[in-house]
Write a protein that binds this ligand. Sequence first.
Ligand SMILES: N[C@@H](CCC(=O)N[C@@H](CS)C(=O)NCC(=O)O)C(=O)O
Length: 233
Amino acid sequence: MSQQHQQLTLISHKLCPYVQRAAITLKESNIDYKRINIDLNNKPDWFKKISPTGKVPLLVIDDDTVLFESAVIAEYINDITDNALLSSEHLVKAKQRAWIEFASTMLQSIAKLYTATNKALYLEAFNQLDAKFKILEQNICSQGYFDTTGFSLVDIAFAPIFRYITVFNDILDQQLFSEYKKVLIWSKNLISRNSVKDAVNTEYEKLLTAFLSKKDSYFGELTKQHQSSIVEA
Ligand SMILES: N[C@@H](CCC(=O)N[C@@H](CS)C(=O)NCC(=O)O)C(=O)O
């Protein structure tokens, strides 16, 4: 990080996929930062005061300046560093932003999947998510990144999705995107990248499984069954 920047602070939550986007971008841009995890079920007053949406991530720049929204935070980090994670060509950059938005809709589909209250709603959400992976398969390159030009903010936006799916595929009978060859290569490449690994702590998988098992949903039931099958084995 160049000397003119103050110490940045990322207000976070241990499981939040949007926070992971910011954390990955900071790491890829070689910026040191402080991370503060908060409890979203019991938001501290200081957080409520500085977060316009009540959501994480927040990037605290200084006493007077706080950024919110993961896509904006990622672009800001890219702007203040060597600007290597988005194209400088307007049209290419516009397309990259559109796919980042597509990744956000997939995170919403994932939330729908694990909160579906019955099997029919769960299957509907599963099929919607699968359809989005199919669209991705038709639009990504086959070299382990979204685009042939290499790692970008688009890859960063999708990496937390693959982290979710790695845990989900352990729990579920049906495997998401296993027949989409390019997506499979891409997901393996992203998951093994250091910045992606470092965006969560070592307890992530355990915490996510515990979070899912507490859901009053069809997925919650599947998670509990999976947990008891491990204990019995
Ligand atoms: N569009 C936001 C979404 C952030 C978001 O949904 N964060 C969740 C945690 S993963 C949150 O803070 N939820 C708290 C709440 O809604 O009360 C972004 O990209 O930063």
